[in-house]
Design a binder for this molecule. Sequence first.
Ligand SMILES: [Fe+2]
Length: 151
Amino acid sequence: MDIYLSALLPEALLVDLPEIDAQHEEIFSRIEALKAACFGSSYVPIDEFDSLLELFDQHFATEERIADEARLEFSNHARVHQDTLRLLHRALGEVINGTHDAHSFLRYAEYWFERHISEEDRLFVTTLKSSKYSRPLDRRTAVDPSCPARA
Ligand SMILES: [Fe+2]
């Protein structure tokens, strides 16, 4: 079993799935970098905020792919991802037009992400690991239980 050692994430936020833990850490790291870049300045690096939202999008797609590979029902979780992306894009638009503060945006994104990992992603990974289809996550080889020769 791979063990992911995070420099940034507290143990309480590790879900014990290296690909996902690494992406979570990258997103928190980007948020921290943006906080530092914006601190004490009115400058807002819009491209880097866009890049953060792209990272969220890619991360959500990874979770959805893993759920699909494991044949898990994931529609509610995926809806949360889409609703959040829509909300973050709208809030970023407000940062760009000056009606929303960049730091508030980053604090909200960080708070939302931490809560999402603690509540929804942990449950997802627990379900994934107890799934009868979870083996491809470790081996990257499919075992089709509907085919007796391979089961
Ligand atoms: Fe998620």
